[in-house]
Design a protein around this ligand. Structure first.
Ligand code: RET
Length: 244
């Protein structure tokens, strides 16, 4: 494995450890409602990814497919952490469990089928890529069409919802494109370039995500919800005045 890749992975590792620190500040801030925010689940995101990058930097778990290096741990990392990232957006939106689990399932299928595509060649590879991309589209549909309907009920969480929706909705579009250009796709980008871009994307997809939740942590406060309910109550004398 090239030194450039090792160094890049170590930089991502450090940035993800920083993400663990941000999570710790979020979780231990007693002024925020950690139960309603369900902050505990978010630890898995930077923690598992940091572990994966540490392992990948050692070069273990790398397999050679068709003459090119494939980092198996990358797909394991994605399989564990990305469902949490999308499911949590559903939680912020106040969506019912069936949609939260549904979107997490579609995400896991996207990663699994994408991982299988790496190991295939010829037509089957492109069929698997298309199926995985289909799951990606269904995920975007839930993010942009289904979740907003529920999010409308919680205006105080709307800012955080929009930030996470666009962070995931836009940033993740880069993944299938990079895959397509990489050695496992049409091979117009080298192994080192691919590894560096993905390491960057992974770090940006995770640590800032936790930071956004940290910054908006008070949107789960009971007082915010109560203030909105009072403002919406026509008998309270301040009808129609939004709390936010
Ligand atoms: C693959 C290839 C097949 C087609 C598609 C893909 C999408 C992958 C995505 C990954 C996101 C990963 C993240 C990691 C965070 O650290 C599997 C590359 C659609 C969207 C956000």
């Amino acid at each position: 494995m090239s030194t450039a890749i090792t160094v890049t992975y170590l930089i991502s590792f450090v940035f993800l450890v920083l993400g663990i620190g941000v999570w710790y500040k979020l979780y231990t801030d007693d002024s925020a409602n950690r139960e309603r925010g369900q902050f505990k689940y978010l630890l898995i995101v930077p923690a598992f990814a940091a572990l994966s990058y540490a392992i990948m930097a050692t070069g273990f778990t790398t397999v050679t497919v068709d003459g090119t290096d494939v980092y198996v741990f990358r797909y394991i990392d994605w399989l564990v952490t990305t469902p949490i990232l999308v499911a949590y957006i559903g939680w912020v939106a106040g969506a019912p469990k069936k949609w939260i689990y549904g979107v997490a399932g579609a995400d896991a299928m996207m990663i699994l089928v994408g991982g299988v595509a790496v190991a295939l060649t010829g037509i089957p590879k492109w069929v698997a890529f298309t199926v995985s991309a289909g799951f990606h589209l269904s995920l975007l549909y839930v993010l942009y069409v289904v979740f907003p309907k529920y999010a409308a009920e919680y205006p105080e969480r709307n800012r955080l919802f929009k930030i996470l929706q666009n962070h995931v909705g836009l940033l993740w579009l880069a993944y299938p494109l990079v895959w397509l250009l990489s050695p496992v796709g049409i091979d117009s980008m080298g192994v080192v370039g691919t590894a560096m871009i993905i390491a960057y994307l992974d770090a940006i997809a995770k640590t800032p995500y936790v930071y956004f939740v940290y910054r908006e942590r008070h949107c789960f406060d009971e007082s915010r919800t109560a203030a909105r309910a009072a403002a919406e109550d026509p008998t309270s004398g301040s009808a129609g005045v939004a709390a936010d």
